[in-house]
Design a protein around this ligand. Structure first.
Ligand code: PMT
Length: 405
């Protein structure tokens, strides 16, 4: 299903009777995952109050271009930059005329000029106004400039006329908005990726961990977004910025990672376990810092839960991909892990070699499935992530088509 997960949608409401439907548009945009802010023209405020849209969006509604307070909060240029999409619903004949003329005589038209985001417009007006040559020319001008139109629909109008000019239904408008972002092999799919190391506490200041930097997992998340997926990262502690449009859950230990992953499964089509999860943790976590004194300390370790195995065994089982970090007999051990953990695919990397694997910019991997093997030569983790996501998408779609997952 199309979605707007982690997208910022700026909804511009202008003054027509269909403005009352903008409340439903806000609600449905949020249901699709969007963060919504609203701009209202003076005319819109005659039909529906800012308070209604503020309550629904959970954000102050923007109304004035020259408002000192609003400019100190989020000014018109920041609003224009914040938006991933400017949705104009309803767009009256007057708003379309002002946009076509390139005017900036209120907040909404100013933001429309200032935003680099795509613009989607849902016309709403009397059928005769929609058929008027001036409106037809304005609509053509806007379309030529790259603005997309959704509707208008035909039918009974509030004024009693029958014909084209009704604003499209909120679900049609929101689906069109989401459709603008859906392209690529994973369009509409939900992907969860684990990344980075885990930390297993010994005492309040010490832990057991490994050298994973998170680079491979974060690059995969970026590639999944580029392929159109709604992407969640479950990340151990790393020093990386979360890629744009990725929802990130930060965790520390293997148990935390498992607890974060399991609730995501009912909403997950593909799970990729790239994290370097500690296989063992200290049997006891000391409540106070362990004091230096004894010549020798024995550390008792207990097994951690195996996250990717739990995912593959879950009742919601997504298409499940693991990684294998090996120092010898790479493909033999990787194949064995794929079988033991119940995976659909495994990405094998040799972590004993300099310049690839843990905490490096590059990697070199072999992707194994139950029926294929694909060696990918050394390249940056960004390049490899694109290739891995491409292979995962092809295999996952093939399995879904065959009714296997
Ligand atoms: O983070 P970078 O610095 O970019 O480095 C990338 C990487 C080397 C960490 C990455 O490419 C990689 O190999 N990740 C898997 C590391 C690992 O723990 O491999 P493993 O062979 O021990 O585990 C096999 C699979 O089981 C992995 O998918 C792992 O996430 C998963 N696992 C392991 C143990 C556990 N308790 N739970 C798990 O889910």
């Amino acid at each position: 299903m199309a979605h707007l997960f982690n997208r910022n949608v700026l909804l511009g409401v202008s003054g027509g009777i269909a403005a009352y439907k903008s409340a439903e548009v806000v609600r449905q945009l949020q249901e699709l995952g969007a963060d919504v802010r609203v701009i209202m023209t003076r005319g819109a405020r005659e039909f529906i109050t800012p308070l209604t849209l503020q309550a629904l969006s959970g954000k102050p509604v923007h109304t004035e271009l020259l408002d000192e307070d609003a400019e100190q909060g989020m000014g018109h240029i920041e609003l224009a930059r914040w938006a991933d999409l400017l949705l104009l619903a309803p767009a009256t004949a007057d708003l379309m005329a002002r946009l076509a003329a390139g005017r900036a005589d209120d907040l909404l038209t100013t933001v429309a000029l200032a935003t680099p985001a795509p613009i989607l417009l849902a016309p709403a007006m009397n059928q005769q106004m929609w058929r008027d040559p001036a409106t037809i020319t304005n609509a053509e001008t806007l379309v030529q400039r790259g603005i997309k139109l959704v509707g208008p629909a035909e039918g009974q109008q509030a004024c009693g006329d029958v014909g084209p000019g009704r604003m499209e239904q909120p679900e049609v408008i929101c689906a069109a908005a989401a459709g603008l972002f859906q392209s690529g092999k994973l369009a509409g799919k939900r992907v969860v990726i684990t990344a980075g190391p885990t930390r297993e506490a010994l005492d309040p200041v010490r832990y057991i961990s490994n050298h994973s930097s998170g680079k491979m997992g974060y690059a995969l998340a970026e590639a999944a977004v580029a392929a159109g997926a709604r992407t969640t990262l479950v990340s151990g502690p790393v020093n990386l910025d979360v890629p744009e449009h990725v929802h990130c859950l930060k965790v520390e230990s293997a148990s935390d990672m498992l607890d974060a992953c399991l609730p995501l499964l009912p909403d997950c089509d593909i799970f990729i376990a790239c994290a370097a999860v500690a296989d063992y943790r200290p049997a006891e976590v000391q409540p106070d810092k362990i004091k230096k004194g004894a010549e020798e300390i024995n550390l008792r370790l207990v097994r951690n839960p195996d996250i990717v195995s739990a995912v593959a065994a879950s009742e919601y089982r997504p298409f499940t991909v693991g990684f294998a970090a090996e120092t010898r007999d790479l493909l033999t051990y990787a194949r064995d892990k794929m079988r033991r953990k119940g995976l659909d695919m495994i990405v094998a990397n040799d972590v004993s070699r300099q310049g690839i694997g843990f905490n490096s910019e590059d990697n070199e991997v072999t992707i194994l499935s139950h029926h294929a093997e694909q060696a990918l030569p050394r390249a940056s983790k960004t390049t490899l992530a694109g290739q891995i996501i491409d292979a995962v998408a092809s295999a996952a779609v093939r399995d879904t088509d065959a009714g296997l997952s």
